[in-house]
Ligand binder design. Structure first.
Ligand code: UD1
Ligand code: M6R
Length: 687
């Protein structure tokens, strides 16, 4: 998905080499999000000149292109603003032309990089064409730069922030963007990293709200002037006036701006190597950086939301986002799971006193207990984790549970009521379908709960309450540790909800005891790594298709395993509910079709064995995932993956790990790009 990175130095002298390297490194940190082309705009040799570089393919190719163009790398800038972008094509194919940044005109008066979508770009384009603008690309983004230029030409004395607000007011859709020297955000988040040599005076930036009726005379007349001359579609903001308050954080004692560097990105992982001091923009914030000062403006008057944005210290360490001793991020993340699930439970599960405390839900838990329905809404792997915990929620809470794919839920415009609780589960917290479903439920007055990994993400910010799964950054496109952490976080959610039920006391204790042992059991399973690698080479190499069979709580495990295998190894893999085998799929089974069956012991084991017998009777030779030393599978010729036994409702946590390893080794065996599978992106921020 698109990524944005900007770097601004003010009174900190940097040469072009440094600036370009900083931008390129920032883009490399965003590579994991998925992209097909990359570009940047930096200042040229002469005043007001811009140099832009754009290339299809990897950031490394952009680096080569820049080297070939031989710009004067020694030229130094005391103050400079550079913007860069990785693009994931939505409007128009991946070509140099369609690559960001986009420009207002041949002189690059306005340059823009953008993440998200402008839904009304066709109307804006038609209008701007009628005003004489010639569009050069197929993108929705280009209209932003041209619109800025159009409004600016009408009012050359306009304040930059007033102009930025006027532009944003015309844009519909979900977007984060950097317009030269300014960055407004709506939906996809933008993070600003700040580096100063001296300690900042305060650790927050004031938010400047627009205020009706309090317009300085000069600006009021400016506004009126824009209003008069703009076409109705381009009506400028009528109440968007900025106050001249200074952001105190960046001023010296005598009120003079201090040397400062600003790093602007769609993702903190591109910033941590430069600074730990960051500030997250909220929906509709406009950050304006000018002469070493950062000001935050809003289009609206104060609506009771916070009037400061805190400068936080992020705890994300660079090594956390590096691969360490592993060949791929996905492999690292699979092997991190014994620690990541402990982090999910840390400070929340007390196995000694058998108590669960989810700080983020504390105030809402009694309301949730009284809701008439719990609707879980998610996509992909996150949807599978919801499916996996449906049974334990039903059992412990006795509240009706629905599990929905966000896109389908929206397609149906499913009924939602004020007494529903809607739970949004998402690793990134930015998935467009989930985010739209969240807005849909908010509009209908339901209570919304997030189960999210990325702190500060849109879903985390927009939900009433929630749980951060604390799994740490997940970089591989294939989600692994987020799945197990979501699973554990949701089981803890179900445990919290059922705390007041005496009849569930024993069962709750059993589950908490099980959770306490899971990490050690993960370690046991990961020891199977080498044998699973060999198994993949022996049984699945050059196969066309693979069946994964599971029943009850293990059907979601099969679904998740099949998604992993398809996603990174490109092998067709289908998850089938074992009970459904005889209703059609059995026709596929013969001695050649590779099959994995999940046959760990639970209350459905006898029924699951029926399916096993049906497969064997057709000459099938399934590989079984079973508990160690299960006499049913003692025959020497049965291929087994033995996983430890746990409480039935937690067994899926253990069973999924061999399937993650199968998908990993299948992809590695095919020489595929495990972390960046074709056609896929980590954060799917388009519908
Ligand atoms: C919080 C702190 C944690 C600290 C702990 C100490 C954060 C992010 N977490 O963790 O660093 O160690 O207190 O008691 O500051 N939320 C949503 N939607 C979501 C996810 C979370 O609204 O999708 C809200 C929660 O309701 C809560 C806040 O975000 O108000 C933090 O949630 P979470 O990190 O899960 O809370 P704690 O575990 O209490
Ligand atoms: O960030 P989210 O959890 O909302 O993402 C949802 C899906 O796009 C995601 O789980 C996707 O299916 C993964 N790539 C699967 O590995």
């Amino acid at each position: 998905m698109c990524g944005i990175f900007g770097y601004i130095n003010y009174l900190v002298e940097r040469d072009r080499q440094f600036i370009i390297d900083t931008l390129l490194n920032g883009l490399s940190r965003l590579e994991y999000r998925g992209y097909d082309s990359a570009g940047m705009a930096v200042d040229g040799d002469k005043k007001n000149e811009v140099q832009a570089f754009k290339e299809v393919g990897k950031v490394a190719k952009l680096r080569e292109l820049i080297a070939e163009s031989k710009p004067d790398m020694t030229k130094s800038f005391e103050s400079h603003a550079g913007i860069s972008h990785t693009r994931w094509a939505t409007h128009g194919t991946p070509t140099r032309q369609n690559c960001h940044p986009h420009r207002s005109d041949a002189t690059w008066e306005f340059a823009v990089v953008h993440n998200g979508i402008i839904t009304n770009y066709k109307e804006l384009k038609a209008l701007l064409e009628s005003k004489g603008f010639r569009f050069e690309t197929e993108t929705d983004t280009e209209c932003i730069a041209k619109l800025a230029k159009y409004l600016y030409d009408q009012h050359p004395d306009i304040e930059f922030t007033v102009l930025a607000k006027a532009v944003i007011k015309e844009l519909e859709g979900a977007f984060g963007l950097l317009l030269k020297l300014s960055l407004p955000a709506r939906v996809p988040p933008l993070v600003i990293g700040v580096r100063t040599s001296k300690k900042m005076k305060v650790d927050f930036v004031d938010v400047e709200f627009s205020e009706e009726g309090a317009l300085p005379a000069e600006q009021a007349s400016q506004n009126a002037a824009i209003k008069k001359s703009s076409a109705s579609l381009l009506a400028p903001p009528d109440k968007s006036l900025l106050h001249r308050s200074q952001s105190r954080a960046f001023l010296s004692d005598d009120g003079i701006p201090q040397p400062a560097e600003f790093f602007l990105s769609s993702d903190p992982s591109a910033i941590v190597e430069h600074t730990k001091k960051v500030l997250y923009l909220e929906d509709d914030d406009i950050a304006h950086i000018h002469e070493g000062q950062l000001n935050i403006h809003r289009l609206t008057k104060n609506d009771g939301t916070s009037n400061v944005r805190t400068i936080q210290t992020i705890e994300l360490e660079l090594q956390e986002i590096m691969k360490g001793k592993f060949d791929h991020f996905m492999q690292k993340e699979i092997f991190e799971q014994p620690e990541s699930i402990v982090n999910t439970m840390r400070g929340r599960l007390d196995t000694v006193n058998k108590k669960v405390t989810l700080g983020g839900l504390r105030q809402y838990i009694s309301t949730i207990r009284r809701c008439r329905r719990l609707i879980f809404i998610a996509c992909g792997t996150s949807y599978h984790s919801c499916m996996a915990v449906r049974g334990v929620f039903e059992e412990l809470t006795e509240i009706p549970i629905a599990v929905e794919l966000a896109s389908d839920f929206l397609d149906r415009q499913a009924p939602v009521f004020r007494d529903d609780t809607c739970v949004f589960v998402s690793q990134s917290g930015e998935t467009a379908d989930s985010l739209m479903a969240l807005r849909y439920c908010l509009e209908r007055g339901a209570l919304t709960v997030g189960v999210v990994n990325v702190v500060g993400s849109s879903i985390s910010l927009l939900t009433h309450c929630g749980v951060h799964i604390n799994a740490g950054p997940e970089i591989g496109v294939a989600s692994t540790k987020a799945y197990t952490s979501q699973f554990v976080a949701m089981v803890m959610f179900a445990l919290s909800l059922s705390e007041d039920r005496a009849s569930k006391h024993q069962r709750r204790e059993e589950i908490m005891e099980g959770l306490g042992k899971i990490s050690e059991q993960f370690r046991e399973i990961l020891k199977l790594n080498d044998s699973i690698k060999d198994m993949c080479a022996k049984f699945f190499k050059d196969q066309k298709s693979l069946l994964l069979l599971g029943r009850g709580a293990q059907f979601p495990t099969a679904l998740e395993g099949a998604l992993k295998i398809k996603e990174i190894s490109y092998l067709h893999c289908e998850a089938v509910m074992s009970g459904e085998l005889k209703h059609g799929v059995l026709a596929l089974v013969d001695e050649n079709l590779p099959i994995i069956m999940i046959l760990t012991r639970d209350n459905l084991f006898t029924k699951s064995l029926n399916a096993y017998q049906q497969v064997i009777a057709r000459g099938g030779r399934p590989i079984v995932i079973c508990n160690p030393d299960d006499p049913e599978f003692s025959a020497a010729q049965t291929e087994k993956i033995a996983v430890p036994k746990t409480v039935d409702c937690l067994q899926g946590l253990l069973n999924v790990i061999p399937l993650q390893l199968v998908s990993y080794w299948l992809a590695v065996g095919e020489g595929l790009n495990v972390d960046f599978p074709r056609n896929l992106a980590k954060s799917v921020t388009v519908e």
